[in-house]
Write a protein that binds this ligand. Structure first.
Ligand SMILES: [Zn+2]
Length: 322
């Protein structure tokens, strides 16, 4: 099929994105079970950051290769006036590249819209209240469903139902609010949205579903650790708060971009047990990984500047396109 210069660039970019994402994505999917076993033995806050980074790594690396190598080499070395043929495998890879972007992006837009609707509804039906001993205002809503959550991702709001307020003692409520504040400090809702928008390896296959569940689990542990900060009284209060809110029952389905107190129902027993075993300490993560990642990005960026690299990449693109 013959197509003009800009469409060919788009086609090549999508195809390159798909191929790099496929290679890195399969490696990540294979490494995920081991990474999750490591995460369960590690400091929760560090583990949560690294699992999120691992989930976003295929898309980040593929975008970097396309933006840093493919597009510059094409713009620099490909003659502009030509209308050239594009091979069927290249076209197929471009269509798959488009599909693995389009599906999660649509999911993320739907999730963000549901989350914003939920925030607006809470603001319309609830009353803004400053809870005793708290500097953070909360939207208190009526209704049977037990809700204690951080809603929204740009400026998250604390939402709490009247039933939960009644069910918790002052200490339990404070521990639960500290848990939600920990989600806010870690920007967990924004990370949730990014993960929702991140492509998967194949269009209709959730190869990263286990990794995403693992990230969600250690994110709850990290928020628990921050809330408790090594204090055994707070640890017991938070465990009691979790049990009391879970016992309230009800069928509240939080929007996808919402950090709740309970998290996934299947992980609740393990969280309570973890809190009762010993008050988990909240150790600050080291700076090793960001420095390493920044170093790697700078080295790759320097390599992209070399004309020899761009010539090699252009050679590979020519093979892919014909
Ligand atoms: Zn939570």
């Amino acid at each position: 099929m013959t197509i003009p210069y800009p469409v060919r660039l788009l086609c090549l970019s999508l195809a390159c994105f798909y191929l790099v994402h496929l290679a890195v994505g399969l490696a990540v999917a294979l490494a995920a079970p081991r990474a999750m076993r490591w995460a369960e033995r590690s400091i929760a806050r560090v583990a949560a950051r690294r699992l999120a980074a691992l989930r976003l790594l295929p898309a980040a690396l593929a975008l970097f290769v396309v933006g840093g190598f493919c597009v510059p080499s094409y713009l620099w070395l490909e003659p502009r006036a030509t209308v050239e043929e594009v091979s069927l495998p290249c076209l197929a890879a471009a269509v798959l590249g488009l599909a693995i972007w389009a599906i999660p992006l649509a999911r993320a837009v739907r999730g963000a819209a549901r989350s914003l609707r939920h925030v607006r509804e809470c603001q319309r039906l609830g009353s803004l209240t400053r809870l005793a001993g708290e500097s953070w205002p909360a939207w208190v809503i009526e209704g049977a469903a037990p809700c204690l959550a951080l809603a929204g991702f740009v400026r998250p709001r604390l939402v709490i139902s009247r039933g939960v307020l009644r069910a918790l003692s002052t200490e339990q409520l404070q521990a639960a609010l500290r848990h939600e504040r920990a989600h806010w400090t870690s920007r967990d809702n924004l990370k949730r949205l990014l993960i929702l928008a991140a492509p998967d390896v194949f269009p209709f296959c959730r190869a990263f579903a286990g990794l995403e569940r693992g990230w969600a689990r250690v994110t709850e542990w990290a928020a628990d650790d921050r809330a408790v900060a090594g204090d055994s009284r707070r640890s017991i209060s938070l465990a009691a708060a979790l049990v009391r809110v879970a016992r309230l029952g009800g069928a509240w389905q939080p929007p996808p971009v919402t950090a709740t107190l309970l998290g996934s129902a299947g992980d609740l027993a393990a969280r309570v047990e973890r809190l009762l075993r010993a008050a988990p300490a909240d150790e600050p993560p080291g700076r090793g990984m960001p420095v390493l990642a920044a170093g790697a990005v700078m080295a790759l960026a320097a390599a992209a500047m070399l004309p020899a690299t761009l010539y090699s990449v252009h050679g590979l693109l020519e093979r892919l396109v014909h």
